[in-house]
Write a protein that binds this ligand. Structure first.
Ligand code: TTP
Length: 403
């Protein structure tokens, strides 16, 4: 099945991690986020990928080239990010007349669900969630076998069955893409789905596992999912006095020094170094050329390429962008004393991460001075720095805490 992967979005809710990287290229375990989507698509039966690129497109184009996992790839540029229906319209010249699938390039899907989706005529991937109010809620007939419509982010959801952003459409759907602008000013694929529901039978196909990766804590969750799937493999240089426990991957060209404990699932990528005397635990990604130095503890976190915590630091449940540098003694808080879920600013609003444990999000190249304390839910923009001994509190007037 020819498959359109939507990967052109600006990724504003993922700021600051998307300040210079397209969201689909953010690191999830051993590959970019969109590569997991593409892998699932190919495993489910995609015979050709049409990747719609836009924001940060050069890296996405370079990553895919003209073939992925044995299937041909065409990248097409969506000049302006006007919405998902517009993105699919961009892909039309690269499609043949037959059925086609559309997948959000920033979501993780279970292969079984995706396979069932591909096997159904016109279908939409669906998933049950605890809080449907921030998703597109699907309406079905009484038997639950046909989708009758979709309502975006309803204040009073009629069910907890939501749109997983995965579709198969008949070839004629390429004529249904001229939709009106939605209230939020975008040309939305859900309006094309509405049109499909009025024209043909649309089957809801349920996914057991699915993750929409739109906000920083969801990038952490994506890593938790994909790191947990790795099998133990130690190809790098591990000191005999290091203790590698469980499903840990140390890639060739990575180094783990004496006195280190790495508790899996964890991935230490090529060029990275850990230790001496460091403790890495939880689902942690130590990205390419990243460094976790002497007496540093890292728990359940993402160190993007080149991110460094050289000495005497604690980092928990956090995402560090590329080339972040933590001064000695930098400490991250990842728990509120009232035990409430940690909130994070997303597009200027405080949003609950739903997580009791969440630390900080640091944009590419951010630097902390020695003994900096970063409170739970702090975001620092790309290139920001703190002074020695500084404490950055969430919700303070300090603009560095917000963006
Ligand atoms: P969204 O997550 O709605 O948009 P986004 O990725 O730009 O993120 P944000 O809202 O935080 O700014 O998009 C869903 C998918 O569709 C995602 O994979 C990106 C893709 N997309 C496009 O390809 N073109 C577009 O014009 C838009 C809006 C999204």
């Amino acid at each position: 099945m020819q498959t359109v992967l939507l990967a052109a979005g600006r990724g504003t809710r993922m700021a600051p991690l998307t300040s210079s990287t397209a969201k689909p290229m953010l690191p999830v375990a051993d590959k970019p986020l969109v590569a997991h989507t593409a892998d699932a698509a190919v495993a489910a039966g995609a015979t050709r990928l049409v990747v719609v690129v836009g924001y940060g497109e050069d890296a996405v184009r370079e990553y895919f080239g003209d073939e992925f996992a044995g299937v041909p790839v065409t990248c097409v540029t969506q000049p302006e990010q006007r919405g998902t229906a517009d993105a699919v319209r961009t892909a039309v010249p690269a499609l043949d007349d037959g059925r086609f699938a559309v997948l959000n390039g920033d979501a993780l899907y279970d292969v079984q669900g995706l396979t069932a989706l591909y096997e159904n005529g016109t279908a939409v991937g669906s998933v049950r969630v605890d809080d449907p109010s921030s998703y597109g809620v699907l309406h079905t007939d009484d038997a639950g076998t046909h989708v009758t419509g979709v309502t975006e982010k309803p204040p009073d959801p009629s069910s907890n069955l939501v749109n997983a952003g995965a579709y198969t459409f008949p070839g004629e759907a390429t004529d249904w893409l001229d939709v009106d602008e939605s209230e939020r000013g975008e040309l939305e694929l859900t309006d094309v789905l509405e049109r499909a529901c009025r024209t043909v039978d649309v089957t809801p196909v349920s996914f057991d596992k699915w993750l929409d990766v739109g906000r920083p804590w969801e990038l952490l969750e994506a890593n938790e999912w994909k790191l947990a799937e790795l099998d133990r493999r130690v190809d790098g240089d591990v000191h005999p006095d290091a203790d590698i426990r469980g499903d840990v991957v140390v890639e060739a060209g990575a180094a783990v020094d004496a006195g280190v404990v790495v508790q899996g699932p964890a991935l230490v990528r090529e060029g990275a170094s850990v230790g001496p005397n460091a403790y890495v635990r939880g689902a942690t990604l130590v990205g390419r050329d990243a460094k976790v130095g002497h007496s540093v503890e890292v728990k359940n976190s993402v160190f993007s390429s080149g991110a460094t915590a050289g000495h005497l630091s604690y980092v928990g449940d956090s995402v560090l962008g590329e080339d972040v540098n933590l001064g000695a003694g930098t400490t991250v808080a990842n728990l509120r004393h009232d035990d409430a879920p940690v909130e994070l600013p997303v597009k200027g609003e405080r949003v609950s991460t739903g997580r009791r444990k969440f630390g900080v999000v640091l944009g590419d190249g951010a630097k902390t001075g020695i003994n900096t304390s970063l409170n739970a839910g702090v975001k620092l923009p790309a290139g920001a720095s703190t002074t020695p001994d500084e404490t950055v509190l969430f919700g303070s007037d300090d603009p560095r805490a917000e963006r």
